[in-house]
Design a protein around this ligand. Structure first.
Ligand SMILES: Nc1ncnc2c1ncn2[C@@H]1O[C@H](COP(=O)(O)OP(=O)(O)OP(=O)(O)O)[C@@H](O)[C@H]1O
Length: 127
């Protein structure tokens, strides 16, 4: 009984993960900003590993930016669906969601600078 329930839950989890992955692929295909942020995140993680700097803050900052870009994409699609004509509330929703990505990106840049600059400067001084 219990194992049946677990198996069903695992199947449901994989199904949900598949939908989520489809959302990531769709956003990557259609959103230029998301593509740029994915590659920037990959670069930041690679540099962090190469410098031996702490990975957690950089990974968290990257995940925050990418997650908010996905939410922004979802919100844009929803607004376009429910309000194809122009409306001040539609503008507020889209602009506020875009601002959330901007704020997270600025924070991520600060985190990257604070985490990567000290080991980078040490490396340059030692060279
Ligand atoms: N239905 C609308 N009503 C009022 N203003 C809108 C509406 N749709 C978009 N806008 C305004 O135009 C801007 C550009 O909208 P658009 O739909 O092109 O999204 P975007 O922010 O350029 O995102 P992306 O380029 O990632 O699709 C929005 O940020 C918003 O200020």
């Amino acid at each position: 009984m219990r194992s049946d329930g677990s198996a069903w839950n695992a199947r449901r989890w994989w199904r949900s993960a598949g939908f989520a992955w489809a959302g990531v692929r769709q956003a990557y295909r259609t959103q230029a900003n998301f593509r740029i942020e994915c590659w920037a995140a990959l670069l930041a993680v690679a540099v962090t590993l190469l410098l031996g700097a702490p990975l957690a803050p950089v990974a968290l900052a990257c995940a925050l930016v990418l997650s908010l870009e996905l939410v922004n994409t979802a919100l844009e699609a929803t607004v376009d669906l429910v309000s194809p004509e122009r409306h001040p509330l539609a503008k507020l929703a889209k602009d506020a969601a875009a601002a959330a990505v901007l704020v997270a990106s600025a924070g991520a840049l600060l985190v990257a600078a604070g985490t990567l600059l000290p080991p980078l400067l040490r490396l340059l001084r030692g060279a």
